[in-house]
Design a protein around this ligand. Structure first.
Ligand SMILES: Cc1ncc(COP(=O)(O)O)c(C=O)c1O
Length: 442
């Protein structure tokens, strides 16, 4: 943009200037309205003008803006930690507040490493994760992510990580294989890799409970995560679930793993935690990890300036209270079913739609050149990029990405609207999406 000093994400795009928020819409400086069909990147779960959250921020600002966590704790952080742990899977009672999803991942990796040092297993250091996953853009988080394109430029700066297959039934379940058998087959890749590396060397397995940005709302098949949990326990490998995108009610329950009937050792949450009103993320760990540190060195050797920021925590406290008190879990499940149906009706006949999937208000649409063979579009067609631009022109924000199939090729669109969305607005999403896909091959 002319006269801008911002270092932008893309130098060649002229971006509109976002000026106001109104419910599910963002309004630019020229007055054009955009329906936020993806909450940016699954962030603004309560829309863009929630008075309760704005009031909570103002109230806290008047009391205290900042107090460094090496000198003080603060009330919003304490209260938020209590609220989260009392609504989380059993035992995740210690919460570490940071400012971004990537920071939460970094903290989880360092906590895992320190835990094994504290309990006398210092050799454990290797991390196993999955292809087509995304865990953030800082170097540690990027290193454990499985998106080939995002990693490629920085490969020589990244710690060595093993990548196993994602749980991606649309592409990888064999025709003669049941869903359960498929799930066990891919989960068992974890066991094989732990054995190959030597269990004494393996520290953690990290996975998104429902894969977001890099594969488009990929839900695990039944039994997959139960087998993963079993393997982690058997080989004393910490299970880190990354719910930065899929957590905080995006798929329905506050913690997406509730549906998988498993309890992780460490979990990360962000995005919907602050709903975009403040930058906040968290890492939560099991009591046994906290106890090991408490009875060992006595401190987690980590830290950032803005840990437990009072205003961020006050905003998040208001967000999480609202999500719980106003039963957004049920609303998201109900609205998600409507959205799925609407997308199937509107887009299902399009010859380039291969799969429409997801859970709650977290939906993915995968595009293919050929529905029979599932052949993706060539990368240079940049189908995802074209749809993003066309949708934006039509006043719809959605989250298209390339790399769905192998981190480089394949296209999908992520739909993740605010939880306050109504049926008319969901209709608008599917209509505008359909329109932005017309003659996409040309
Ligand atoms: C699953 C997942 N983990 C981690 C991150 C990184 O979060 P942030 O961008 O806040 O650093 C993201 C961001 O999209 C994400 O989707």
């Amino acid at each position: 943009m002319e006269n801008s000093n911002i270092l932008p994400r893309h130098n060649s795009y002229e971006l509109p200037i976002a000026a106001y928020g109104d419910g599910c819409y963002i309004i630019d400086k020229n007055g054009k309205k955009y329906l936020d069909g993806s909450c940016g990147a699954a962030v603004s779960c309560l829309g863009h003008s929630d008075q309760t959250i704005n009031d909570a921020i103002i109230t806290q600002t008047k009391k205290l803006a900042f107090a460094h966590t090496s000198f003080f704790t603060n009330e919003p952080a304490e209260e938020l930690a209590k609220l989260l742990s009392s609504n989380s899977p059993v035992g995740l009672d210690r919460v570490y507040f940071v400012s971004s999803g990537s920071e939460a991942i970094e903290a989880s990796l360092k906590l895992a490493k320190q835990y094994f040092i504290e309990i006398g297993k210092p050799k454990k250091h290797r991390v196993i994760s999955r292809k087509q996953s995304y865990h953030g853009n800082t170097l540690g988080a990027l290193a454990v992510g499985g998106n080939a394109w995002r990693r490629s430029l920085f490969e020589d700066l990244l710690i060595e990580t093993s990548l196993i297959s994602p749980c991606y039934k649309y592409r990888h379940q064999d025709a003669n294989e049941s869903e359960i058998d498929y799930g066990l087959r891919v989960a068992n890749e974890l066991e094989n890799e732990i054995i190959r590396l030597g269990p004494d060397n393996v520290m953690a397995f990290i996975a998104e409970t429902v894969v977001g940005a890099t594969a488009g709302a990929l839900t695990p098949v039944e039994g997959y995560f139960e087998r993963i949990r079993e393997i982690c326990t058997q080989y004393d490998v910490l299970l880190i679930l990354d719910e930065v995108m899929c957590g905080m009610g995006r798929t329905g329950p506050l913690f997406a793993c509730d549906e998988e009937k498993i309890i992780p050792d460490i979990i990360t949450i962000a995005k919907g935690l602050g709903a975009g009103y403040q930058p906040i993320a968290a890492m939560m760990c099991q009591n046994f990890i906290y106890d090991a540190i408490n009875q060992g060195s006595g401190f987690f050797q980590h830290g950032h300036t803005y840990l437990g920021h009072p205003i961020a925590c006050a905003a998040s406290l208001a967000v999480v209270n609202k999500l719980i008190k106003e039963s957004f879990s049920e609303k998201v499940i109900r609205k998600g079913k409507y959205l799925q149906k609407k997308l199937e009706i509107t887009l299902g006949q399009n010859e380039y739609i291969g799969d429409i999937r997801g859970r709650g208000l977290f939906r993915g649409v995968e595009l293919v050149q050929n529905r029979e063979t599932k052949e993706p579009f060539p990368k240079n067609f940049n189908i995802a990029g074209k749809i993003k631009k066309r949708a934006l022109d039509l006043g719809l924000i959605c989250y298209p990405m390339q790399g769905t199939v192998d981190g480089t090729i394949g296209d999908h669109i992520l739909i993740a609207p605010p939880f306050i969305i109504n049926e008319n607005e969901m209709n608008e999403i599917s209509q505008k999406l359909e329109k932005s896909m017309q003659n996409i091959y040309n």
